[in-house]
Design a protein around this ligand. Structure first.
Ligand code: ZN
Length: 387
């Protein structure tokens, strides 16, 4: 079972950092949970991410090359390779607050930082960092998708603590240099490995890289600088939206770190199935039953559209299964002109019971066409009893 980081990314052992980044982006796009249906996409994504993290960190890559995969992973388990890359996170995930829409990708929202600007590079620095993107879901009816709708969305999300402005300590608290790292924000450890001594720098755990410690922590947020906030947002859902599409509300996600901007809120829209219509992009499909005489003689029938019933002329001699196209009676196209079409497939219904008059008429019909129909004794009885 090859798990070699270079092979995971599909790069040579002397690949440059740019090549590794590019290879990672490609893998990330392939296994992005929004595009990949593969059941193990999340697992593959995580592997690619781990490989990228190790191989783009000069110290860790050196160590990886020296130790080889298995021994590196073993050392990694024991924390010998940890360089504190996550920075001062604090929030510990979103909690269950985002409602049902978070899905199986709860802890994956940080992948969007890689995709759409934001941090990259990993933590450890004191640069401002954009907040994480948050994901939630919203379910609407086909009628809403047809007309477009404004929906109220209630979310519980992290927000900057207003009592301490996100600092994690009251504004007037005394501070002192962190004694653990002497104000540098980083500590250095020397690790004995089978290949000799390896020096590792990590973000100071005491001050979380700030270099300063405070005499008091904020009681509102317990020092996280972040609190849970219940927000009610008005979401504009455009006409023509399709099931599974994601809307992005900019700057409605998690608060940034060290003055960085908020992340975005991603809303995955689910469109409920409709009993009358199957949707195929902007087109709709509908099945309408008609009687045998209607199919023979033709008739004007009523068929539903999302916007109310319309009339359809069924010509004489129509076969069961024939499809009629009602141009422009489908769904609007998202942010484009013109509507899709409505396809009506007619099904000629064979009667499952006949009264005496109907039976005689049908026998006469068959006879007139030169057909001989032997109606089995008890045929209609049998059908009746099966209902
Ligand atoms: Zn606070």
């Amino acid at each position: 079972m090859s798990e070699d980081f270079y092979e995971v990314l599909g790069v040579s052992r002397d690949a440059s950092e740019d090549e590794i980044q590019e290879a990672y982006r490609e893998k990330a796009r392939e296994y992005h949970p929004d595009v990949s249906d593969e059941p193990d996409a999340e697992e593959k994504f995580k592997k690619a991410k781990k490989a990228k993290e190790v191989l783009t960190d000069e110290e860790q890559r050196q160590m990886y090359d020296q130790l080889g995969h298995d021994r590196y992973v073993e050392a990694d388990k024991h924390g010998a390779t940890d360089n504190g890359g996550r920075g001062a996170g604090g929030m510990g995930g979103m909690g269950g607050g985002m409602g049902g829409g978070q899905g199986p990708f709860g802890d994956m929202s940080d992948i969007f930082e890689t995709f759409f600007g934001g941090g990259g590079g990993g933590g450890g620095s004191n640069r401002p960092r954009q907040g994480r993107d948050l994901r939630t879901g919203l379910t609407i009816d086909l009628e809403d998708a047809y007309h477009g709708v404004e929906k109220e969305l209630n979310v519980t999300r992290p927000d900057t603590c207003s009592d301490c402005n996100g600092e994690g300590h009251p504004p007037d608290t005394d501070s002192q240099q962190c004694p653990e790292c002497n104000g540098r924000g980083q500590t250095t450890t020397v690790q004995q490995t089978p290949m000799g001594r390896v020096q590792q720098r990590q973000t100071c755990r005491r001050c979380e890289g700030e270099g300063t410690i405070y005499d008091e922590t904020c009681s509102t947020c317990r020092g996280d600088g972040v609190v849970r906030e219940d927000a009610s947002l008005s979401v504009e859902i455009p006409a023509g939206i399709e099931d599974g599409q994601t809307l992005r509300m900019e700057r409605e996600g998690a608060p940034g770190e060290r003055g960085g901007p908020k992340g975005d809120l991603l809303i995955e829209v689910t469109v409920r199935d409709h009993p009358d219509f199957e949707r195929d992009g902007a087109d709709l499909h509908h099945q309408e039953p008609i009687s045998f005489p209607q199919a023979v003689f033709g008739d004007t029938i009523e068929v539903p559209t999302v916007d109310g019933a319309v009339e359809l002329d069924v010509p004489g001699g129509t076969q069961s299964g024939e499809t009629f196209r009602l141009s422009g009676k489908g769904m609007p196209r998202l942010r484009r002109r013109g509507d899709g079409d409505l396809y009506v497939q007619v099904q000629v219904v064979t009667p499952d019971s006949l009264n005496e008059d109907q039976r005689k008429a049908l026998e006469a019909f068959a006879e007139a066409g030169g057909e001989e129909v032997e109606v089995e004794q008890g045929f209609f009885e049998k059908i009746k009893s099966s209902f």
